[in-house]
Ligand binder design. Structure first.
Ligand code: XMP
Ligand code: MG
Length: 183
């Protein structure tokens, strides 16, 4: 990994400006849809932290925030869909209008499990907002109410997304050079 992370980037997929414009658009839509509601933004850590922070500021109706973290059991090549909650929510979501905020919807296995778990806690409503959608990789069906961009089946980093926990602080979303993985 170079000290200048730009040297590890093959190409930029979504610029800072494109991301900013999309977040403003989704924020305006949510502000319209959640007039008079009891909105709770629930961020799934860690990948969504930057999107969550920008999205919250693009919403004009009152809201509360909470955070949770999950990891899937087993190896990445043999996902069972069973998910371990490594950080649970702190706020009681019963009666709340919950939007789960994710960085990327990929296989959908983690999200479909999480949504089922949250639904059992009786929120007034439950929707999903994901900045990125990789539909080619879907294995479990998940309803995506607020979607940023559809992306091709390439591993992406930046704007919260990582490779080996790095690159989250890049202000754009990009694809790494192949040699970064082979090292
Ligand atoms: P599912 O259950 O939909 O989980 O497969 C999605 C999670 O997988 C991770 N993911 C990625 N992370 N770049 C990343 O940095 C990617 O291209 C990528 N694709 C999937 C991510 O943690 C997401 O929450
Ligand atoms: Mg990750």
């Amino acid at each position: 990994m170079h000290q200048n992370m730009m040297e590890d980037i093959d190409h930029i997929l979504l610029s800072k400006e494109e991301l900013q414009a999309k977040v403003a658009e989704i924020g305006a839509q949510i502000s319209k849809d959640y007039q008079g509601k009891n909105l709770l933004l629930l961020s799934v850590l860690r990948g969504s932290f930057i999107f969550m922070a920008d999205l919250a500021r693009a919403i004009t109706v009152p809201l509360s925030v909470d955070f949770m973290s999950a990891s899937s059991y087993g190896s990445s090549t043999k996902t069972s869909g069973a998910v371990k909650i490594t950080k649970d929510i702190d706020i009681d979501i019963e009666g709340k209008d919950v939007i789960v905020v994710e960085d990327i919807l990929d296989s959908g296995l983690t999200l479909s499990f999480l949504m089922g778990l949250l639904k059992a806690k009786k929120p007034a409503s439950l929707h999903l907002c994901a900045l990125l959608d990789k539909p080619e990789r879907r294995k479990a069906e998940v309803n995506l109410t607020y979607k940023g961009f559809t992306v091709p089946d390439e591993f992406v980093v930046g704007y919260g997304l990582d490779y080996d926990e790095k690159y989250r602080n890049l202000p754009f979303i990009g694809v790494l050079k192949p040699e970064v993985y082979s090292k």
